[in-house]
Structures are given as C-alpha cells and as structure tokens.
Design a protein around this ligand. Structure first.
Ligand SMILES: NC(=O)c1ccc[n+]([C@@H]2O[C@H](COP(=O)([O-])OP(=O)(O)OC[C@H]3O[C@@H](n4cnc5c(N)ncnc54)[C@H](OP(=O)(O)O)[C@@H]3O)[C@@H](O)[C@H]2O)c1
Length: 300
C-alpha cells in the first residue's frame, strides 16, 4: 500500500458540490488530506484540474451525493442549494449535508427544516478565510446545528480547517459569519477611503500604507492590505480568488441579517450600495478592493 492509499483508507469519502474559487479550494484540501473526493458543478469544466489530481467528477448531483456519506456544499447562496439539490431526488435521504455558503439565519433555519423533511442530517456552516487559507489547521470554520453530526464528522471537517461548533441553533454560524464579515468590510472600507483621501494630494497607496497599517490596522488584515497596496496604485484587482459579485452577495446577507435580527440597517446597507456602485461601474469580476475606484471620485 502506498502512503497515499493508506491515508485514503483512514479518511472518509467526501463529496463537494459547487466549484467556485472556494469549492475548488475545499475539494483540493480534502483530496490533499487523502479523502476519496467526488465533485459536481453546474459548469463541469471547472473540475478539470481537480480530476487531474485524482478527484472524481460526477455527472449528476444524485451521483455525486451517492458517492459519499457526507456532502459539503459551497454554492452561491441558499436559493441555489434548492435549485441544485432539487434534482437529486431521493439520493440525499440518510446522508449528511454540510452547507458552507453564506446567507442569513432565517435561510439557515429554513434549510435545516427542508433537510429534516427529506431525512437528511444537516449541519450549517461558514468559512472565515479566503480560498488560499483553506486546509491550514488554524483557519476557522464555523458550524451550528446538529451536535451529533458535528462530532461524528469532525475529522472530515478538520481536513478543511479548524472546526468551531457554536451551538444547536442552525442559524448561529451564518449569524456569526455576517457579524464578523461586517467588521471586516467596514475596516477595509475605512482604510480604502482614507487611502483615497491621501491619494487626493498625490500620496501613493504604498506610501500611505506604510504609516496607516502600522498605526491602526489589526494583525489579521494589516499584512494582507500592506501586500495589496501596490495593487491600489496600479488599479488592477484580479478576481480569481473571489469576485466583487460574490462580495455583494455577502454584503446583501449582512444587510438582510441586520433586518431579520431587528438591529439598525444603515451601516450594512451603505456598504452594500458602495459595492453595487463598483459593480455598476464595470468591476463585478474583480476582487473586493476594486471599491477603491468608487472611493477615488465624488459620487455622481
Ligand atoms: N471566495 C471567498 O473568498 C469566500 C470566502 C468565504 C466564504 N465564501 C462563500 O463561499 C460560497 C461560494 O463562494 P465562491 O467564491 O466559491 O463563488 P460564488 O460565485 O459565490 O459561487 C459560485 C458557485 O455557485 C454556483 N452557482 C451559482 N449559481 C448557480 C445556479 N443557479 N445553479 C447551480 N450552481 C450555481 C457556481 O456554479 P458555476 O461554476 O457553474 O457558475 C459555483 O459553483 C459563497 O457563499 C461565499 O460567500 C467565499
């Protein structure tokens, strides 16, 4: 038995549904940890590179779900989940579905009810790191819902990052996710707007970052933003690891969560509007930092 074969024998088979930048990272990490990994995506060609590393590509969602006891889904949102798994018929019955896309607590509760009606063991979750950090032991993944499902499948979940269980209310993972992301977006927006203010006097972003990041920014975002400062000066924002469209979706979930939870909504709505403006200006396929293009000019 080769080393890879013996690792595979220890690890549970797993299916990943959804191969955007995040789903690709999840499947790659699981395969890398020796799980027999099966994938399905609406656009099948996105699995080509994974297939070359030994990942199996299923032709249908039903075939993908039937290949493993656990299916990890990472789609755009909950609506997409119903669309995709609606075609799976009875294949999900008796299996475990772990939902890692973003959404609101209300949507998570509805999904847990939908799963229960179909005899599916359901765990809701959220990913707190970008795709390149998936698979690192310190990368936080939040989970809520069935404690039994979490405990039983913890080793599989640990192959993607550090699994944290928040409680039996299935809405808690997305609630924490939207709260933490709100903090992240507000911090990045503050930094980008301040960089545009300094830029109005001809100060390059690289120069401003040298002072601003050391003076204020927290340890997690600081190094990332310092590395990206030359990107701001160039005005190039590649979207290969996550697009502004994807971030607008997350900002929409934050604004809707604030509404659902009965807290003030102006702050998240404003951030959503700024991202929507950047998309209307043609930056939808670029990464989130492209909102800098909005901050550099007066509102029209
Ligand atoms: N990227 C990040 O940095 C990041 C970080 C943390 C969490 N997340 C979360 O992870 C989830 C996935 O994000 P992502 O960046 O991978 O990309 P995304 O653009 O949010 O989602 C892309 C995935 O959804 C599928 N999809 C969209 N509409 C569909 C439909 N109508 N029918 C079937 N499939 C559909 C896409 O299929 P096709 O390939 O066929 O288009 C693709 O598999 C999101 O909920 C996001 O909030 C992302």
């Amino acid at each position: 038995m080769t080393n890879e074969q013996s690792a595979s024998a220890r690890q549970a088979p797993v299916t990943v549904v959804g191969l955007g930048p995040m789903g690709l990272a999840l499947a790659g990490a699981l395969r890398g940890r020796g799980h027999r990994t099966t994938v399905w995506n609406r656009t099948p060609g996105k699995a080509d590179r994974l297939v070359a590393t030994g990942v199996r590509r299923a032709a249908t969602v039903a075939e993908a779900v039937s290949a493993s006891p656990v299916t990890i889904m990472c789609l755009k949102d909950y609506e997409t989940m119903y669309e995709v798994f609606g075609s799976a018929g009875d294949a999900l019955r008796g299996r475990v579905l772990v939902n890692l896309n973003s959404g609101t607590p209300k949507e998570a509760h509805a999904a847990a009810g939908w799963a229960a009606e179909r005899g599916v063991s359901y765990l809701d979750g959220a990913i707190m790191v970008p795709p390149p950090m998936v698979g690192h032991p310190g990368s936080v993944f939040l989970y809520s819902g069935s404690r039994e499902v979490f405990d039983e499948h913890r080793p599989t979940l640990a192959s993607m990052g550090d699994p944290r269980y928040l409680g039996s209310d299935p809405g808690l993972a997305v609630l924490y996710n939207t709260a933490l992301l709100e903090m992240m977006y507000a911090t990045i927006n503050g930094y980008l707007h301040a960089t545009a203010m300094a830029g109005s006097a001809g100060v390059p972003a690289v120069e401003f970052a040298e002072l601003a990041i050391g003076w204020f920014l927290p340890a997690v975002l600081g190094p990332m933003l310092a590395e990206e400062a030359p990107v701001l000066d160039k005005g190039e924002y590649p979207g290969d690891l996550g697009t502004l469209e994807m971030n607008l979706n997350a900002l929409d979930h934050i604004a809707r969560t604030a509404q659902e939870q009965g807290v003030q909504t102006d702050q998240p709505r404003l951030m959503r509007e700024i991202a929507a403006r950047a998309i209307a200006d043609g930056h939808g396929g670029k990464n989130y930092l492209a909102v800098f293009e909005v901050f550099k000019h007066q509102a029209r």
